[in-house]
Design a protein around this ligand. Sequence first.
Ligand SMILES: Nc1nc2c(ncn2[C@@H]2O[C@H](COP(=O)(O)OP(=O)(O)OP(=O)(O)O)[C@@H](O)[C@H]2O)c(=O)[nH]1
Ligand SMILES: [Mg+2]
Length: 434
Amino acid sequence: MSETIFALSSGAPPAALAVIRISGKEAGKALSALAGALPEPRRASLRTLRVSRETVLDQALVLWFPGPATATGEDLAELHLHGGRAVVRAVEAALAGLEHAGEGQPALSIRPAEPGEFTRRAFANGRIDLAEAEGLADLLSAETELQRRAAIAMAGGALSQQVHAWRDRVLGASAGVEAVLDFSDEDDVAALPTSFYADLASLAEELETWLSRPRAEALREGLRIVLAGPPNAGKSTLFNALVEDEAAITAPLAGTTRDVLIRAVALDGVPFAFIDTAGLRDGTDDAIEAIGVDRARGELERADLVLWLGPEGEGPELAWEIDAQIDREGHDAKAHARHRISAKTGEGLDDLRRDLVSHGRSCLPRPGELALNRRQGELLSQALTGLRGAGVQSDLLILAEELRTARVAFDSLIGRATTEDMLDALFGRFCIGK
Ligand SMILES: Nc1nc2c(ncn2[C@@H]2O[C@H](COP(=O)(O)OP(=O)(O)OP(=O)(O)O)[C@@H](O)[C@H]2O)c(=O)[nH]1
Ligand SMILES: [Mg+2]
């Protein structure tokens, strides 16, 4: 942790500008080794960067942020370079070279940063908590407007504030229990406040509401829409129409699709993952097709929604009944289809898309609404279990223990109690330079 790190924090060169960040105890020394005397803090200054008196690297805007009130909580420097590949490479090489003593320059403890290492330091130094770091990771990978809005709320600490508030309520309840336990040694008969159990119940209800909301993963990965039905139902043709690409092979041959094909598409800013599957049929003597059918069944189980193109009423529960290929002569119409479409002529497709978008909006977090990810959801469930246990407990020692469980879960949620594995997994999601 004591080493100073550096990395390109802007996108891949070439570009107009490239930003290299340097963070750590020796960031100031590294900056002045290249740019001369340290500039005024938090003010952009134009400098000539050099590795030696003769060798000019670039003309750059440099910024100096002395810690600890910085993004990482450490001394931090930024070099805004011309964004050419060779420029970036030369400056990176010069920074890496500072590891060795040079012309009147002692060796520095400096190295290239690992993925997410700047953010990890921000977390280690208490600049952001875990929920905020997760929000930041989502923000950087956000591709749709809905994802961006949810991530920005999380990164801004909205969930963290909520968790702190819940944690304080649990602490208050614990203090009440401790007080009674302390008094019980004396003659005075102490009791829990009259509203004690009602307060716990209302907190538990609040957590339940949060847990019942749509989860962040659906937002991140898109709503899983599986196209299913027997061979030749027209699944791949509809899939291609929905993803607007000839991604899947279609043919009059039954059993054309064997593998599972997934395409992520945003419709009206709502993220979907459309999934084409092998036609469902039993007793095929083609071993590969049989594997495809197994996979298709697996996808049905994981689907958020199934579009059923097979015989009416034979699809999974809650599947949307789709009457496909309605343009075909002698087409046998379904009696109660949610949509009648022809992927060939395009008939009915706009209605289907609109329906998907409005359904998607209803099962994804609403714009700006905080969505829990799996980790956060699990911890909140643990907290809820503790609270529910406490809510029916009259033995004060056990009650205190249940409340402690809830508190520990809240602590883990915001990262007061974490494991290295978990941190590796989270910060590994970031790119280098973040
Ligand atoms: N006229 C008409 N033909 C269609 C339509 N949709 C699909 N087809 C044709 O029906 C045949 C089967 O279509 P696919 O999309 O490959 O069917 P599938 O359900 O993916 O079939 P498998 O992959 O074998 O399970 C192809 O020849 C398509 O061109 C449609 O809306 N109208
Ligand atoms: Mg197919």
